[in-house]
Design a protein around this ligand. Structure first.
Ligand code: NAD
Length: 263
């Protein structure tokens, strides 16, 4: 299936590693021109080079801190300056630190709000004028299964992410008038450095020792394994496609069957 992404401009946030990098790669494979950002320039450039090498796509790497308004403004401005548009936004960030309710301070809550909620608000706000101008756009937010069901040990995620789903739904009708769709994907457990430090390179090939350490986690998932980041990247690319033109205001779990609720 041709996803209609050839030549489209996709900005993928927090994409030096993990799910962001996989999403950028999936979009680049479909012919999109890609801008990626993360804080550490060297990691980011290495990811950009990997994506260029594999796909021959144009990849712009813009170092930016997604917990700051200035960082987000800069990365959107750099993307527009380079490519003249932002057609697709993949909103993403590093995850909040683990911690149970009793261990989390007010400052932890403030930082998580900045990294998750304000990152979503600011990123959407910055790209919207460019999408409205073209009367076309795709916004895909990478959130977490905590939108649907609390996750163990990360109460910052449990407290904050469901509100982002509520906000996404609330703003969706106004965006739809300009043919801009907005959806969320909810990862379950994926083979990234978020889950294990040795998985920074991403991909499904993990060494035996790491596999053994992750075996108890894998056993809790109906599919019997953690996800390959590309399994999420492909869903992101589809939601960015022409074919996904009638999907908006939706949340898609990509979780190997982990979420227990009916819907
Ligand atoms: P990862 O650690 O592999 O990658 C995170 C990326 O975010 C890296 O590129 C890092 O440089 C970047 N980043 C972190 N903080 C940043 C900041 N302040 N500014 C700019 N870039 C920043 O993580 P991942 O597994 O790819 O997770 C991505 C998102 O998905 C996170 O929000 C995470 O909580 C969520 N998530 C992941 C899983 C999973 O199993 N991997 C499950 C549920 C939710």
């Amino acid at each position: 299936m041709d996803l209609g992404l050839n030549g489209k401009v996709a900005l993928v946030e927090a994409a030096s590693k993990g799910l962001g990098k996989a999403s950028a790669l999936a979009l680049a494979r479909e012919g999109a021109r890609v801008a990626i950002c993360a804080r550490t320039a060297a990691d980011l450039e290495a990811a950009a080079e990997e994506i260029r090498h594999e796909t021959n796509a144009e990849v712009l790497a813009v170092p930016a801190d997604l917990a700051s308004a200035e960082g987000i403004r800069n990365v959107v401005a750099a993307t527009v300056e380079c490519y003249g548009a932002v057609d697709v936004l993949v909103n993403n960030s590093g995850g909040p630190p683990p911690g149970k309710f009793a261990d989390v301070t007010d400052e932890d809550w403030r930082q998580a709000f900045e990294l998750l909620t304000l990152n979503f608000v600011r990123s959407v706000r910055e790209v919207l004028p460019h999408m409205r101008r073209k009367r076309w756009g795709r916004i895909i937010g990478i959130q977490s299964s905590s939108v649907k069901q609390p996750v163990a040990q990360i109460d910052l995620s449990n407290g904050i992410r469901p509100g982002i789903a509520g906000l996404m739904k609330a703003i969706m009708p106004d965006l739809a008038r300009d043919r801009i769709t907005i959806n969320l994907v909810l990862p379950g457990m994926f083979l990234t450095s978020r889950i294990h430090p040795d998985l920074a390179a991403g991909g499904a090939h993990i060494d035996k020792a790491v596999e053994e350490q992750l075996a108890p986690l894998a056993a809790t998932i109906p599919m019997g394994r953690l996800g390959d980041p590309m399994e999420l990247g492909h869903v992101v690319a589809f939601l960015a496609s022409e074919q996904a033109s009638y999907i908006t205001g939706a949340v898609y779990q990509v979780d190997g069957g982990s979420i227990k609720s009916n819907i």
